[in-house]
Design a protein around this ligand. Structure first.
Ligand code: GLY
Length: 302
């Protein structure tokens, strides 16, 4: 096993972050490529049908169709690739990687993203197969309530994005993937695939990502703000704390919204900040040199 100095650091969000960091570490041990490890870790979460906020088995939009968002950014050269509202390919993170590697574009969306995935040889997944029995039944229940006037059509649910950050000897990578808010308007895209909002990586500062109500995180371009704070000398912990506090100062309502941000600074320091308090607390999974740790950050409450 490599020693701590030579080993990468992997961090990932939510309870499924444990699957992500364990997959990343296993991949790194076998192949020694920390960026590929981050991609495959993100893909592993996307391919787990029991996770209702990411990939296959993610909650559908208000038309009953699953739409996936994903992105990757590499801090060494600022190359990035992003996919929004893709409907027939999973894992979307591999398509985002293909955008980064094989096009001059940064982002592809909607039908163009689906067509690109087919051109690149990805397997086509039928729309129905993107749903599970559980998500199909939740959707039908939601729609029945909306039609009966018992539920607000505009109220979206769930937003637990897999954010996967990797650091190795000063090099950084950020990956994110989500099915977005459940029962969202068709074509709605949150923060996740937006470079600078849902993720950012620059080896001169570090890497950062966000999870929560996408519209708020997007509005505040949180990941590039964290990156800028780290570039100015803040640690990952200081930068994430300062950016979330600034969001709250700007709009007090943010204290009650589910917002969580995370980063690794260029020295390998890890930080996270959250407003999530009671039920379903935000958690972060960290892997350093094959040692796994679960962190539940103390929420900012005022
Ligand atoms: N943060 C994920 C989303 O809002 O879609």
């Amino acid at each position: 096993m490599p020693n701590e100095k030579d080993s990468p650091i992997f961090i990932a969000t939510w309870d499924f972050g444990e699957l992500a960091v364990r997959t990343a570490w296993a991949h790194w041990q076998e192949h020694g490529d920390f960026a590929a490890a981050c991609i495959e870790a993100t893909a592993a979460v996307e391919l787990d049908p029991s996770i209702p906020t990411v990939g296959i088995g993610g909650l559908p939009n208000r038309d009953g169709i699953v739409e996936l968002d994903a992105a990757i950014m590499r801090g060494s050269d600022l190359r990035c690739g992003s996919i929004a509202a893709i409907r027939t390919t999973c894992p979307a993170i591999r398509v985002a990687k293909a955008v980064m590697d094989n096009t001059k574009s940064v982002m592809l969306a909607g039908q163009g993203a689906d067509d690109f995935a087919m051109q690149q040889g990805f397997e086509r997944i039928d729309r129905e197969a993107m749903l599970t029995d559980k998500t199909r039944s939740e959707y039908e229940c939601w729609r029945a309530k909306v039609e009966a006037g018992q539920a607000d059509r505009e109220k979206m649910v769930g937003h637990d994005t897999v954010c996967m950050l990797g650091w190795h000897q000063g090099e950084t990578v950020a990956c994110v993937a989500t099915s977005g808010l459940g029962f969202k308007r068709a074509g709605r895209v949150g923060d996740s695939p937006i470079i600078g909002a849902g993720l950012y990586a620059d080896d001169q500062s570090g890497c950062a990502a966000s999870t929560g109500i996408g519209e708020e995180l997007y509005r505040h371009a949180v990941s590039v703000r964290i990156s800028d704070a780290m570039h100015a000398g803040a640690s990952a912990a200081e930068a994430t704390d300062a950016v979330l506090r600034r969001m709250i100062e700007r709009d007090q309502a943010n204290i009650t919204r589910g917002l969580s941000i995370l980063a690794i600074d260029r020295h390998g320091g890890v930080g996270a900040a959250t407003t999530r308090t009671a039920n379903h607390k935000f958690e972060l999974h960290v892997c350093r040199a094959g040692v796994f740790e679960r962190i539940v950050p103390t929420p900012i409450t005022s």
